[in-house]
Design a binder for this molecule. Structure first.
Ligand SMILES: O=C(O)c1cc(=O)[nH]c(=O)n1[C@@H]1O[C@H](COP(=O)(O)O)[C@@H](O)[C@H]1O
Length: 239
């Protein structure tokens, strides 16, 4: 299987740092993620630039507000034509439905609507923190499943969760319901602020649709090598 499952998190301070990184990645056409750090600094032009360079773009702003605000924000963001965009599922079903309506309304005629994904429990959240600090009872899987149910009922395309919930989610909601799994590390790399981490190989065996990798690639001296290692690990090639 040779589809590209890797979304690279471009968590850089500005466009110049991002351009430097992309140059080191050679001429690879990538699936990249623009999060709050880069988008808030550089604005919508950064999406246009990345798309012009031939990359696919996941715009990760994790919208979470009242339905009307999210609807109108989504409408504005849809005009940038990212390939994927997300909201926090914790905003509830009305908010997610409003997000989808905004996305559809804002997508230029004749263009594909971006995939809309609901974030369930952040991969930095441990079960202990979820239970004791956030006061969400039960297992991590139970919470992710419950949020996923709301996401699916709201007509979204899938969820962000960790690798460790992915297989069961696919079993419960069907193979077309996307699981996007951050918290990916090459064996031996530090988890840093993430709690629910896994390797690319585990992401594949747990049926992640896409996995998100940031620092395990971007902070390496040779990021292209790390990216290729991740691809090989996912394909089961022993490295
Ligand atoms: O929506 C996301 O992309 C996301 C959700 C989540 O639960 N956990 C998570 O880490 N992310 C993002 O995925 C990336 C992970 O980065 P690294 O920990 O450096 O690999 C960051 O850009 C996060 O914003």
């Amino acid at each position: 299987m040779h589809r590209n499952p890797i979304i690279i998190a471009l968590d850089f301070v500005n466009k110049a740092e991002t351009a430097r990184f992309l140059k080191e990645m050679g001429n690879e056409k990538l699936y990249v993620k623009t999060g709050m750090e880069l988008f808030y600094k550089e604005g919508p032009a950064v999406i246009e630039w990345l798309k012009d360079e031939g990359h696919q773009v996941f715009l990760d702003l994790k919208l979470h507000d009242i339905p009307n605000t999210v609807n109108r924000a989504m409408k504005a963001l849809a005009s940038l034509q990212p390939d994927m965009i997300n909201v926090h599922a914790a905003g509830g079903r009305s908010m997610m439905e409003a997000a989808m309506e905004g996305l559809i309304a804002g997508t230029p005629a004749g263009q594909n609507r971006p995939y809309l994904i609901g974030v369930t429990q952040l991969t930095s959240t441990s079960q202990e923190v979820m239970n004791e600090e956030l006061l969400i009872e039960g297992s991590m899987y139970k919470a992710v499943h419950h949020y996923a149910e709301n996401v699916k009922q709201s007509g979204l395309d899938g969820i962000v969760c960790s690798v460790w919930e992915s297989k069961q989610i696919k079993k419960a909601f069907g193979p077309d319901f996307m699981t996007i799994t951050p918290g990916i590390r090459l064996a031996g790399d530090a988890a840093l602020d993430q709690s629910r981490v896994a390797t690319p190989e585990m992401a594949r065996s747990e049926n992640s649709t896409y996995f998100v990798a940031g620092r395990s690639i971007t902070q390496k001296e040779h990021p292209l090598n790390a990216y290729k290692k991740m691809q090989m690990d996912w394909e089961g090639v022993k490295i």
